[in-house]
Structure formats: structure tokens, C-alpha cells
Design a protein around this ligand. Sequence first.
Ligand code: NDP
Length: 347
Amino acid sequence: MIHNAVVLRSRPGKNGHPVPENFRVEEIMKSPELKEGQVLVRTLFLSVDPYMRCRMNDDTGADYLLPWRLEECVDGGGVGVVEASKNQALSVGTSVTSFNWPWQTYDVMDGSLLQKVDPEMVDGHLSYVLGAVGMPGLTAVLGVREKGHVTPGSHQTMVISGAAGACGSIAGQIGRLDGCERVVGICGSDQKCQALVTELGFTAGINYKKGDISSALKEHCPTGIDIYFDNVGGPISDAVISQMNPGGHVILCGQISQYNKDVPYPPPLSEDTQKALCHKNITRERFVVLNYMEKHEEGLVQLSCWVKTGQIKVLETVVKGIENMGEAFCSMMTGGNIGKQVVKISD
Ligand code: NDP
């Protein structure tokens, strides 16, 4: 049986931008014969995520992330369907997912490494398993609830950077649902700003590539900023933190503006920002979704409910074809996506 696989051809280097040519598609031959406990799966959707940038380095800088190996098939979040089975728990036709799905059109996998997906949970949209009702959605809900200190009725303003992406677009909607008075998103285009306001119910969108962020923040956050869901770091975060109210909370979710640089995580802050945090007694605790495994099931049920009732709107950017995995990853890293970037591998 011949199928396609994506291998890592080269590393961008710690100080370098990833390019699609870092990846290569290969045809591989595999016996479809199954051993006891195994299943043959057909891949439906694959995810591309910012953490994968660390996996492109030979040292990821995080003990919970293994580097991808050169000339080997890469892996990440995926969802697919069982096509043949020698596993009693997984019959043919079952939808399954894994965080370590190989970037392949088909694979033979050990059934014990897969989780079953109930299509009902995702309102029939299996790609949501990789986004709104999956790891990015959990990051949003647990980030807001564990570190955000949203208090209904207290007229809080929440700002989200990377607001039109997978985590940011959900985090802002949760801020609104949980009772923030104003939810302001920062992102990289006017089209994204418009989607935040008209489709997702944000109070305002700020395009950081146009005009002065500080004056736009003053205009849209007239009573200061109480909660900051930080996906990007760097100068955008400096501008936000400088306008935060005393006792505010930064949810340190990610720092994507620094991922192509050889700096530790979290990257060092400027002296002014460090002082602002200290003088105004603002919390800024690192948040890692994998540290809350015991809350994932409940979080997914909540996200599923919000999505099915329309309280949360889901935006996705879908690219087709395994040959476009590298392109899709690099596009997501430079803002080509609105909502969750996924790649559709088969129907
Ligand atoms: P997104 O869907 O948000 O995609 C990445 C986005 O980052 C792009 O669309 C782009 O949007 C923006 N971006 C890229 N470069 C820059 C830059 N230099 N300055 C500002 N914005 C930039 O990805 P995710 O939602 O999957 O991830 C968002 C963040 O959350 C990342 O930092 C990621 O590492 C983090 N994360 C953290 C987790 C945790 O457990 N802590 C779990 C999952 C994700 P634009 O057009 O607006 O520039």
C-alpha cells in the first residue's frame, strides 16, 4: 500500500523563519496488514500550531516537546477515521484523534494511542477537534478561567493579542460570555478586525500593522485594561501592559513574535514593562494547557455546548492536500489564517 508522508528536510535554525522547503512529501510503502490491537486509519484533518516551531529546532527548549527528527515523518494533532481494525474498542468507521498523528494520508496505529471522537460533540465538524473543541479551545477557556480573574459586574476590559487566531478568537468570546464589559482584540489586518467585531462580538479590533497601538488602545479601553490574554509578546505586549490597571492580570499564553529568535521561554521583558508589572501589582503567570489535564474533559464539554448553541462562533482557515502542510504551517506563523488553520487531507 502506497501513501504520502511529510518529512522534515531541514531545520530553519533557532534564529530563522521556517519555509515550506523545510518539509518534503514522500511516497512510502507500508504493509496494510494489522497486528492484534492495531487499526488502519485514514487522515481527515491535520493541525498546524505555533508550538511546532520549537519542534523544528534540535533542542525544543521545553521538556514536554520532542524535536522532530530530520528525514523522518513529522507529527502533531490530527483526526481521522478507522478503515480496518484488529482492535475490539475501535470498529471500522469510528472517528479518532491523537496529539501525535503522523503527517501521512494513512497509517497503521496502535489503537491504544488513539482517542475516540463523538461527532455530536463537534456538531458534525470533525476539524473542530483540532480547534474550538480541542487543544486551542481548552487553552482559551482554561487560560481565561485559571489566570484571568474575570469578575462579572465589575466592568472589566479584556485585551487579547493574536485575537483572530485559534486561541485568541475563542478567548475573547469567553471573556465576553464570562462577563467582561469590553473585549478588545489586536490582530494583523483590517479584515481580521472586522471579523472580530461583526462575527465574534468583540467590542473593537485593533490592526497592529496600521497606526499607533497605544493611541488605539486608549480609544477603545477608556477605563484601562484589567485582563490581558497574551499570545504574542514583544512590543505589542509592552504597549498593552503599559495601559493596564493596578491589580490586573496577564494570561501568559504564548509569545509568537519571539519564536523565530534564539531566546528562552518566556522571553525576557523590557525594563519598563517589568517595572510596570511590579509597581501596579499585575500578575503574569505562565499558563500551559497541558498542566490542567484533569480539567480537559469538563472543558471540552463546555466548549462543545457553547459551539452547539451558537454562543461561540468558530472561524477556520482550511487548506487542502498533504502537499500543502509546510505552506499552511508557514502561512499560520505569519498571519495567513483567520481562526484555526487546518489542512484537509481527505473527505
Ligand atoms: P494562531 O491561530 O493565533 O496563529 C498564529 C497567529 O499569530 C497568526 O495568525 C498571526 O496573526 C500571529 N502572529 C504571528 N507573528 C506575529 C507577530 N510577530 N506579532 C503579532 N502577531 C503575530 O495560533 P494559536 O491560536 O494556535 O496560538 C496562539 C498562541 O497561543 C501562540 O503563541 C501559541 O504558542 C500559544 N499557545 C499556548 C498554549 C499554552 O498551553 N500556553 C497552547 C496553545 C497555543 P496576525 O495576523 O494577527 O499577526
